[in-house]
Ligand binder design. Sequence first.
Ligand code: PLP
Length: 405
Amino acid sequence: MIRLPIYLDYAATTPVDPRVAQRLSQHLTQDGVFGNPSSSTHGFGQTAAQAVATAREQVAALLAADPNEIVWTSGATEANNLALLGVMRANARKGRHLVTAKTEHKAVLDVCRRLEQEGCAISYLEPGADGLIAPEQVAAALRPDTVLVSLMHVNNETGVVQDVAAISALAHQHGVLLHVDAAQSVGKLPIDLQHWTIDLLSFSAHKLYGPKGSGALFVRRRPNRVRLEPLFYGGGQERGLRAGTLAVHQIVATGEACRIASVEMASEQARLQQLRDQLWRGVAKPGQIALNGHHARHWPGILNVSFAGLTAEALIAAIPEIAVAAGSACTSATAEPSHVLRAMGCDLPRARGAIRFSLGRFTTTEEIDYTIQSINVAVHRLRELSPLWGQESSVPLNVDWSPPL
Ligand SMILES: *Cc1c(COP(=O)(O)O)cnc(C)c1O
């Protein structure tokens, strides 16, 4: 028997892996490792510091980084804030221009708004209809006063994978810093910070089966140390970049989540690709569905589709036993259609019809079978009820509704 409801919203957050939860729980109570890692005068603090050091090595190993380049944060939002505000404030005399994209997460775009208030100029690149930013677009946007480029790796709404390796080479060649929001890709796709000249990289533990409220910012130290202004001040932890007593239980859990990911990444990706293909083949009907994203450069854990003539709201209400997102979970509280899909040139009906399925470690073939059944029944029923279905106006004009299956 299949357990309902079915969780297909892994891009919003993942459940903590039981192996990670066990590690976390060993770092809380009196019989566990509860010390303050800054307390170097006794064993409690020293064991805690050792646990943090091990976690730092586990995170660094996953990214091919140096452990000294990892700065613990409360998640990707804080890491993005530290990267963007920190770099732009520390380099104000060098220049005040930043290049980013319209399809970034709000945890980058809202920081950019703040930087504009502080007098920075921001260029917002527009992707192609497939969501990709061409490296040449980045090159064309650079100015003599450009300090930083900030682009995400995997888009949280569409799963589109940007060519951050090519963009990092380009940024390096032009002498500008590159920040990558990798909240959706760390632990999912290989990241090689030894060979990719990325200067700053953010991620969040709760997107890779770790706990919420934990993440890190990679800050490059070699060959050139990236200069950052901290967001706040205190005990000098994390070499002064992020003051505050380290959350040992969260950090240890984040390290364990990264260790598991580095072992299981390849097999997990292959399995998710099969599940994603199964789902797409099951719901795709030529002329009735559009894929929002890129057919090849996508992370298989995310499938974003629009059903012709249907709103996401109606469809989601019709499948209460399946947890999916309309657009992005972070913005679905507001009535605005997804800024990501709009930036890709989707018209309003298509953007309003977009549903994001996101699959993960605990998704099964049976769950996907059940989902396909439910979706097809619901779509059929809603279309019979829909006065618009079959009329010219229900089908957005600029959409290829017959993508390859
Ligand atoms: C989830 C997410 C964030 C925010 O991460 P938190 O750790 O929840 O603050 C930022 N960027 C992207 C792309 C995300 O998917």
